[in-house]
Ligand binder design. Structure first.
Ligand SMILES: [Zn+2]
Length: 94
């Protein structure tokens, strides 16, 4: 399976799959996703304010999403923003 097919399968708007691992025997699928180029607006998870710049970047795992017959783990790149009202906050992720 190609990353572009997995991107469609997952269907997270604004994100694409850039790496994946399939364990056929254990029926496990692991996907790494990041923002598509051009998706460069960050929303503060505290107040929803739109921010032009990100503070830093980390990874967050979302486990056990149903995807085909696989138990799927999604590793998503999550940015932190520096909000004038809330300070350092995780961005809002769909
Ligand atoms: Zn805020």
């Amino acid at each position: 399976m190609r990353d572009s097919d997995l991107t469609k399968l997952l269907g997270w708007p604004g994100y694409r799959v850039y790496r994946h691992e399939i364990n056929e025997r254990a029926k496990k699928l692991k996907l790494w996703i990041r923002r598509k180029r051009g998706n460069r607006k960050w929303l503060c998870s505290g107040c929803g304010r739109k921010l032009e710049a990100a503070h830093d970047i980390s990874e967050r795992e979302v486990r056990d999403l149903p995807c085909l017959e696989f138990r799927t783990t999604v590793v998503v790149e999550v940015y932190r923003v520096c909000c004038p009202d809330c300070g350092i906050k995780i961005e809002k992720v769909p």
